[in-house]
Design a protein around this ligand. Structure first.
Ligand SMILES: [Cu+2]
Length: 255
């Protein structure tokens, strides 16, 4: 019964996704119950208290406390949803996975009208220096060609490749206006704000090496081309990931 609503959600390929789905599903059930009960009460009031039956207004009003108990019951359920589900999920979301505990993928996603630039630090694990002054169509991230850390960096457009079962930290930022980086199958979303670097994290637990299309969407109306600001998320198994890494373009390979 609880899972009934889940059929309309996109597939969940992340470790924390079940928590988000539980919250969505339970909130919808609560709203559905309230809709039926309040709607029923509205119809009852129309019938029971119409002007024909009560030509004179009663200034005393309700004499029972049923509505007070009803309101209290709704408040208790809402507190359970907030304290039992939302706050623990938020607590986990607000803490980045510690790197000492094992390998973590750290990636930058820089939004622009109307595309996603994805920046990997490469084998040395250090992002090359970037400078807005040298941004161009061939160097959309403004990577400094003189910085040795940047030489091995991987830069892709609208394609995010991740390894399954490894936590990913994504630093979300923007070059122009506010966008929103949304991965529906990862149950993750973060506004991309110019001048800010906001790290989010999640762990993919399913791959789409079978060819399924997983979307990166822009979830903020960001201009005329907003509708086509889409990318693709690839979660690979270890072999496929190695294959992709070997063939991935480095920042300056095309120059
Ligand atoms: Cu956008």
């Amino acid at each position: 019964m609880l899972k009934f609503l889940q059929q309309w959600l996109p597939i969940d390929a992340s470790q924390h996704g079940a928590q988000v789905d539980d919250l969505i599903v339970l909130t919808h059930w609560l709203m559905a119950i309230l809709f039926v009960v309040w709607g029923g009460y509205f119809l009852l009031a129309l019938y029971r208290f119409n002007a024909k039956r009560h030509p004179k207004a009663d200034h005393v009003g309700a004499r029972t406390h049923i509505s007070t108990y009803g309101e209290l019951g709704v408040a208790v359920v809402e507190v359970i949803l907030l304290a039992g589900l939302s706050i623990p999920a938020w607590y986990h979301w607000a803490n980045l996975p510690p790197k000492e505990k094992g390998p973590v993928d750290e990636i930058r996603v820089v939004a622009e009208q109307f595309a996603w630039n994805v920046h990997y630090p490469g084998p040395d694990g250090v992002f090359g220096r970037s400078d807005p002054k040298i941004m161009s169509s061939t160097n959309p991230l403004g990577l400094d060609p003189k910085d040795p850390h940047g030489k091995d960096d991987i830069v892709t457009l609208n394609q995010l490749h991740l390894l399954v079962n490894r936590p990913a930290i994504i630093h979300v930022s923007s070059k122009d206006v506010i966008h929103s980086f949304k991965l529906p199958v990862m149950r993750s979303e973060q506004d991309a704000i110019p001048g800010m670097d906001v790290p989010i994290h999640f762990t993919p637990i399913k791959t789409n090496d079978n060819g399924d299309r997983w979307e990166i969407a822009c979830a903020q109306l960001c201009g005329l081309g907003h509708y086509r600001m889409r990318g693709q998320l690839f979660v690979h198994g270890p072999d496929e990931f190695k294959k992709w890494k070997a063939s991935a373009p480095t920042a300056f390979s095309t120059q």
